[in-house]
Design a binder for this molecule. Structure first.
Ligand code: ADP
Length: 958
């Protein structure tokens, strides 16, 4: 009566026995009478006599259950039985046909509308819906089951599931073992280091996933991606490739996402297409010195088979489409992905692990096996991109996600509410919390957070956040001894230096897992370990007897490296300049030697090969922390540990590096072509430098670095700019002397980011925020501020989440700002009602030249309202109502605009205009000379009509 997946769902390790029992009872209940009877019969077999006597089931006492076994025999060969035996396959097939199946069940009276609603609850994934549907059908009995099976027969021409070849027995038990291994490994998150009762299940919060599309203009934003879409069909760019890349910044939740997928698979709750899942950490693979065959890699690194190894491996080779490999943290692999790597396609022949990995990702080895690999964006070069099936970007938490995470973290709702209130009152911190690792720290240190009140003391920067967790861990130990004064850094200086040295040497050597010997070399003591910044690594297969450690998170390692640079009085004077000249590091191999002293000897050979591109982000994060720690505001904290003059010298070095770095960017701006604006496209590293300046929280430094920037247009498209980056940008750019066009298209600014940008709005003549996940709420705040900014004249918001709820504020803007030039709202959700509101503003405006509403839903009514409002405009040059469901009524209403002397282009492509509408436009064009083109491609006209009309009016473009 139970399937393997049910069994897994009930027997969750670490969950209390009572909870497991309750889940079992609920499950059995949903499966209907038969299952309930069988459960009681089972009770009867296992319970001692004394307990059995009192057991009753409705009117049916246990004595009545004697015959149950015989009854169930009748079930064989029934439709219900088929649903049970073929369940995994049926779930797979049903997932895409839920609606159809429900319709039939409803139609035949097997289901009520409320049964259907229950199955289709939006919280369920399609697979969960399929399973609920099957459970419901079972509980309804044989006739319903027959209806469903008939539906399958009619709709699908797949062979019957029972005809499919079943996996051999050894493979089934290997799957069982693998599932329980994967389940155990993914039960807790590393950052909770075994010190919390929160499991992944308790705390997991959906992150924002987006497809990285080559041509985003052509691919407007689709619905949100779910976890299973990472592996699913959606967004496939290259059918031939097997590798899906999930990319995201440090701390954006890549490892956690994989861990969640692993757990769901292990419990049979997702990824049903995959019979076996093998998960690898590139960090751990990097420590594998031996040459291995693929077979050894799977069995040694993931799960050792108890049964016939040959048979199991043959099954894997024969069924690549049933196998999934995941590789976490490609950026942490010692060697960069390279195409010139030796070709290796034999699964039983040995090769160095990177060779195996690259050949797997390229598809030379185990073609057909789906692979999911995570990485930071910088580490993925064009070579790997050629082999990608698709790329999915992980963009951290949405505002709702932050809310959800905080509420899951704090079981006490009062605490959760207080933390959230605190975040809302500190939007810079809220912006940072979009990155899950920061959200975790803020939640973990909630006592410190709530204790520091609002304003000055409240954390503003990433360094503040990490100082908070540093204090938190130190405090935890200190409270046991009851000493924790103002000089808390000094008090724990030794620990900071030991761990700092370890972190630093590790970063230089691309080393993230440390042995006991390495810890000893840096003076790390048992007490330092107990602080909690280091966690035990999951055992490495190569040396299981030896303990290994890693930092709680890579950003924590960077923070300790920064502490070391700042606190170490003996550090080389060139350390800071070398750290900041990251781009030039290839020519300056001295950086590592200067910073890392002795540790490198062993790793040096490997380091030469190391992936510089992947290493840079860690050093950039370190440099960001160094800037923050050397800010004036932290001087008193560090003064007890480091002499004032040394701190001043280091701080000056940082300021000089930042200033020089920014200057270098400015110098790269090409001279403008005559008649064009002086434009600067941010080079790699620009946003990082801006973030470092922000960490210093010294407006004088921001002002000085911006003083020499003379640019009319600053282009920061596709720069991974989230709310946190917006805070830094606004902090620095507000000091620009001349007005600038700020182009932030294709980032993930969101509503919180928009709010963060407000302090620099007064220096912006134009703001471009295409494709940034902005909703009405964010826009309302932007426009409210924009109205007060004299220079603000243009805004582009193509492909966001705007609705009619924000058109009133645009109308207000148009009324209030009689120097406003361009309003582009394409590809949002504005309907006729919104267009009507917009028209109210247009009617009073005397300056607007460009109005873009492409890809909304304003229809004839909206077009009429807009045409009416603009009919006397003396400024409008360009109007786009492409793809808006505009018909003849709309076209005829727009004709008077053509008579208007200023209009040059009218875009009406992809609407539903017929000959009647076009005749109106032709008539209007007869008395106009200013219009250059009226675009009408994709309307309802025959080729003959197009031919004839083009003859009559060449300015019509079909
Ligand atoms: P990355 O691999 O991108 O560096 P991680 O997955 O290691 O990031 O995330 C860092 C920490 O942030 C995790 O240990 C966890 O505490 C928190 N975290 C990340 N993603 C989530 C999530 N989806 N739900 C809950 N917590 C998360």
């Amino acid at each position: 009566m139970l399937f393997w997946e049910d069994y897994q769902n009930v027997l969750v390790p670490c969950r209390g026995l009572c909870a497991n029992t309750r889940v079992l009872l609920d499950l059995v209940y949903t499966k209907g009478d038969e299952t309930c009877r069988l459960l009681l019969a089972a009770f009867k077999q296992v319970l001692p006599e004394a307990q059995r006597a009192g057991l009753s089931f409705g009117n049916c006492r246990t004595a009545d259950l004697e015959n149950t076994r015989d009854d169930t025999r009748e079930l064989h060969g029934t439709a219900i039985q088929t649903l049970q035996t073929d369940r995994p396959d049926l779930v797979r097939r049903l997932r895409d046909h839920i609606e159809g199946a429900l319709e039939v069940l409803l139609h035949t009276g097997s289901f009520t509308p409320s049964d259907c609603n229950e199955v289709q609850l939006p919280v369920y994934t399609p697979s969960q819906q399929a399973r609920h549907l099957l459970d419901q059908v079972r509980s309804k009995g044989e006739p319903a089951a027959k209806v469903l099976l008939q539906y399958f027969q009619q709709t699908e021409d797949h062979p019957s599931p029972s005809n499919q070849e079943a996996p051999p027995k050894e493979c089934l038990s290997y799957q069982k073992k693998l599932r329980s291994t994967v389940s155990a490994q993914s039960h807790f998150l590393g950052t909770y280091g075994g010190t919390s009762s929160l499991s992944l299940e308790d705390i997991y919060t959906e992150g924002q996933l987006e497809l990285a599309q080559g041509d985003s203009e052509a691919q407007p934003q689709t619905g949100a991606l779910g976890l299973e879409d990472v592996v699913g069909l959606v967004g496939t760019l290259n059918q031939e490739a097997d590798t899906v890349l999930v990319s995201g910044e440090a701390g954006s939740g890549k490892s956690t996402l994989l861990q969640r997928l692993h757990l769901l698979w292990a419990r049979g709750a997702a990824l049903h297409d995959f019979f076996l899942l093998f998960s690898f950490s590139c960090r751990r693979l990097s420590s594998e010195q031996r040459e291995l065959s693929l077979r050894e890699l799977l069995f040694l690194h993931c799960c050792w088979p108890d049964g016939d190894q040959d048979r199991i491996f043959q099954f894997i080779l024969d069924h690549p489409h049933l196998i999934l490999f995941t590789f976490d943290g490609l950026d942490e692999l010692m060697q960069s992905f390279s195409d010139s790597e030796q070709r290796h396609c034999c699964p039983t022949q040995c090769a160095p692990v990177p060779t195996l990995l690259f050949n797997l990702l390229q598809g030379s080895l185990m073609k057909g096996v789906r692979k999911v690999v995570t990485s930071r964006p910088e580490a993925v070069g064009p070579t790997l991109k050629r082999y990608l099936r698709k790329e999915v970007l992980l963009k951290g938490f949405s505002p709702g996600g932050i809310d959800c995470f905080v509420r899951k973290y704090h079981r006490d709702p009062t605490v959760a509410t207080r933390v959230l209130e605190c975040l809302r009152s500190n939007t810079a911190l809220l912006g940072l919390c979009h990155i899950p690792v920061f959200c975790w720290i803020v939640s973990k240190c909630y006592k410190e957070l709530l204790g520091c009140g609002e304003g000055e003391g409240s954390p503003q920067t990433i360094t503040d956040v990490y100082l908070m967790i540093l204090q938190h861990f130190f405090q935890r130990r200190a409270s046991q001894r009851n000493t924790m004064g103002i000089g808390w850094v000094q008090e724990h200086q030794d620990t900071a230096l030991h761990l700092g040295q370890l972190a630093m040497e590790g970063l230089g050597a691309s080393c993230y897992i440390f042995t006991g010997t390495e810890l000893q070399k840096c003076g790390v003591t048992e007490e330092d370990i107990c602080m909690g910044f280091l966690i035990r690594s999951k055992d490495l297969s190569s040396s299981t007897n030896c303990k290994h450690y890693e930092f709680l998170h890579i950003t924590m390692q960077c923070f300790f490296a920064a502490l070391y640079i700042v606190l170490n009085n003996n550090s080389d004077r060139s350390t800071i300049p070398k750290l900041f000249q990251l781009q030039d590091r290839q020519q300056q191999p001295g950086f590592h030697r200067v910073c890392l002293g002795h540790c490198l000897t062993q790793q040096e050979g490997a380091l030469k090969e190391a992936n510089k591109a992947a290493e840079t982000p860690n050093l950039q994060i370190t440099a960001t922390f160094v800037s923050g720690l050397l800010a004036q505001r932290h001087r008193s904290l560090l003064l007890l540990s480091c002499p004032g003059p040394t701190l001043d010298r280091k701080s000056k070095q940082v300021v000089t590096c930042l200033s020089k770095g920014i200057q270098k960017h400015f110098k790269s701006i090409p001279r403008p072509v005559e008649g064009e604006k002086k434009s600067m496209h941010a080079m790699p590293g620009f946003v990082w430098l801006i973030k470092c300046i922000h960490e210093m929280q010294d407006s004088r430094i921001a002002r000085d670095t911006m003083a020499k920037l003379e640019v009319e247009h600053l282009k920061l498209t596709y720069c991974n700019i989230g709310p946190g980056e917006c805070t830094a940008l606004a902090y620095v750019l507000q000091h620009l002397r001349n007005p600038v066009g700020l182009q932030l298209d294709y980032n993930y600014v969101g509503d919180v980011g928009v709010e963060q940008l407000l302090p620099c709005l007064h220096v912006c003549h134009s703001v471009y925020l295409r494709h940034n996940n902005i909703s009405d709420e964010g826009i309302r705040k932007l426009i409210e501020k924009g109205i007060q900014c004299e220079r603000f004249q243009k805004i582009a918001l193509f492909n966001n989440k705007l609705t009619d709820a924000c058109t009133e504020c645009f109308a207000h803007l148009l009324k209030m700002k009689q120097n406003f030039l361009s309003l582009r709202l394409g590809n949002n959700n504005i309907t006729a009602a919104g267009a009507g509101q917009l028209a109210e503003g247009l009617r009073f405006n005397r300056s607007l030249q460009f109005l873009g509403l492409w890809g909304n839903k304003i229809g004839d009514k909206g077009a009429e309202a807009i045409a009416n409002a603009l009919k006397d405009s003396q400024t409008l040059v360009w109007l786009s109502l492409v793809d808006n469901g505009v018909g003849n009524a709309g076209a005829c209403a727009l004709a008077p605009l053509i008579k208007n002397s200023t209009l040059e282009e009218l875009w009406l492509t992809k609407n539903c205009i017929t000959r009647t509408g076009v005749e109106c436009l032709i008539l209007a064009l007869e008395s106009n000379t200013s219009v250059k083109a009226v675009w009408l491609r994709g309307n309802e006209l025959s080729p003959e009509e197009v031919e004839e009309m083009t003859q009559r009016e060449p300015r019509l473009t079909f």
